[in-house]
Design a protein around this ligand. Structure first.
Ligand SMILES: [Zn+2]
Length: 472
């Protein structure tokens, strides 16, 4: 048994003993203390073994994943300890009002961190499958915390219990960015009571305002509707990347290889500048339609028709949380921009005819069956179909959104690669160039991308690590 596992057993033992206020659980301390001493020694060993000398890409990838797994197990141990403090009421003896207060105090945690631990602890008491996987390091802390955010919605808790297997599947197989969107869409779809009426009320009460504080600076306040927010986000981030590229070119011209240290603006500064450009453009030409931006909303046919039906008063279809989770994992249910930003399907249906939204209804992720009013632009276009297969650059770990990518031939054109949906994928400028340095990229039947290095070895990805059998 490893040290972390031993700590688990000991913490679990403490959990079952009920300790009244005022009574010390003196025997628990030293046993857990021994395990912690052992752990401290092991961590010294790990610390001593990390060095940049001779570190290869493969070695680094394995070390990152391996260390992450152990850190997750320790974080799961913290949650288990929290539960033990709560169940044993050990916090009462020193006058703490709750386990959260005691853990916050002795762990020197921030308030939000202590609350987070409490939320995760409450969820793991019910979702036992997630709890044991977390204890084994098989699911990440970020994913567990994301699930706990869904858990904080009491209307969907029961559904989470029902769909635990699907939630685990999504949490372990997807990149975090995709899992985050999965959670968002699943919660929206199964929370029938929370989803519908408030959206309409929010629309009636829509408001954005700027208010000045005593320093003279201004704060912006307001919440954008789902579609408007997606449009705003797309326009702003597009402008940010244009500005950043211009900065980059200027820095390269002046400083050569050292350009990274001489980027004149940070990302927040770029966002601010981009925002002000948008505001000033509005002042110059308030009714100009020349620079109109169209947001492509990609939605599956079933969801779109169901939402349209509900708009005209049809009986809402029954919500089956497990089927929704399965469809989200399989990629057959979606309502998003091309970059993957979730948009509320009820809003898409209600505003399907407005001129600033182009809906793209698709039967499966690559078959376009209806592109709203601008059909001729897209019909038969391998480009759009290729873009819609992925929401971002295909390279492992890259998060550059699809609209800032070019469609790349996976098998290069000069090597006989076809200009077809099957051979096209979105790639950012940088990775298009990287691939030219002897990398080979191929796509499996399930859509997974394999990248071969110039030396013939496969570039590892997170799935290659996490699918390996658990080490003892
Ligand atoms: Zn990329």
């Amino acid at each position: 048994m490893s040290i972390v596992e031993r700590m688990f057993v000991e913490v679990a033992g403490g959990e079952t003993r009920q300790v009244d206020a005022g009574r010390e659980a003196a025997s628990d301390g030293p046993v857990l203390g021994d395990a912690l001493d052992g752990l401290a020694g092991e961590i010294d060993g790990v610390l001593g073994s990390i060095s940049p000398v001779g570190l290869t890409a493969d070695g680094a990838a394995a070390a990152i994943a391996g260390l992450e797994r152990q850190v997750r197990r320790l974080q799961a141990t913290q949650v288990k300890l929290f539960a033990a403090v709560e169940t044993s009421r050990a916090y009462c003896a020193d006058g703490h009002f709750s386990a959260r207060v005691m853990v916050r105090h002795h762990g020197q945690l921030s308030g939000p961190e202590a609350s987070q631990r409490q939320r995760v602890s409450a969820m793991l008491a019910i979702l036992r499958g997630v709890a044991s996987l977390y204890a084994a390091g098989g699911v990440g802390t970020d994913q567990v915390r994301r699930l706990a955010r869904v858990w904080s919605n009491p209307r969907v808790r029961g559904f989470m219990e029902l769909c635990e297997a699907e939630l685990i599947m999504a949490a372990t197989k997807m990149e975090f960015l995709d899992f985050d969107r999965f959670c968002q869409q699943w919660e929206q779809a199964v929370d029938v009571d929370g989803g519908h009426d408030p959206a309409e009320r929010r629309w009636r009460r829509r408001d954005v305002k700027a208010s000045q504080d005593f320093n003279g600076t201004w704060g912006l306040n307001g919440r954008l509707m789902s579609l408007d927010g997606a449009e705003f986000d797309e326009i702003l981030s597009g402008l940010v990347s244009t500005l950043r590229e211009a900065d980059m070119e200027a820095a390269k011209a002046e400083y050569g290889d050292d350009w990274r240290q001489h980027m004149p603006r940070t990302t927040p500064q770029l966002r601010y500048d981009a925002f002000m450009i948008l505001v000033r453009r509005g002042a110059v030409a308030p009714d100009s339609r020349s620079a109109e931006v169209i947001v492509n909303v990609v939605i599956d046919q079933d969801t779109f028709e169901r939402q349209l039906g509900e708009l005209v008063g049809a009986e809402p279809a029954p919500v089956i949380p497990r089927e929704i989770a399965e469809a989200l994992i399989a990629g057959t249910r979606f309502s998003r921009t091309i970059n993957g930003v979730f948009v509320n399907p009820a809003e898409v249906a209600a505003r399907a005819l407005t001129d600033r939204i182009r809906r793209v209804v698709v039967e499966s992720p690559s078959v376009v069956i209806d592109v709203g009013r601008t059909q001729r632009l897209f019909t038969g276009s391998p480009r759009l179909a290729a873009i819609m297969q992925a929401t971002r650059c295909y390279w492992h770990g890259c998060t550059r959104p699809a609209t800032q990518c070019q469609v790349d031939h996976l098998t290069p054109f000069r090597n006989g690669g076809q200009t077809s949906t099957a051979n096209g994928r979105s790639a950012c400028n940088g990775h298009n160039l990287t691939k030219e340095h002897g990398y080979q990229v191929s796509r499996g039947p399930d859509g997974t991308i394999t990248i071969i290095r110039p030396d013939g070895a496969t570039v590892p990805t997170h799935t290659t690590h996490w699918q390996q059998p658990r080490d003892g």
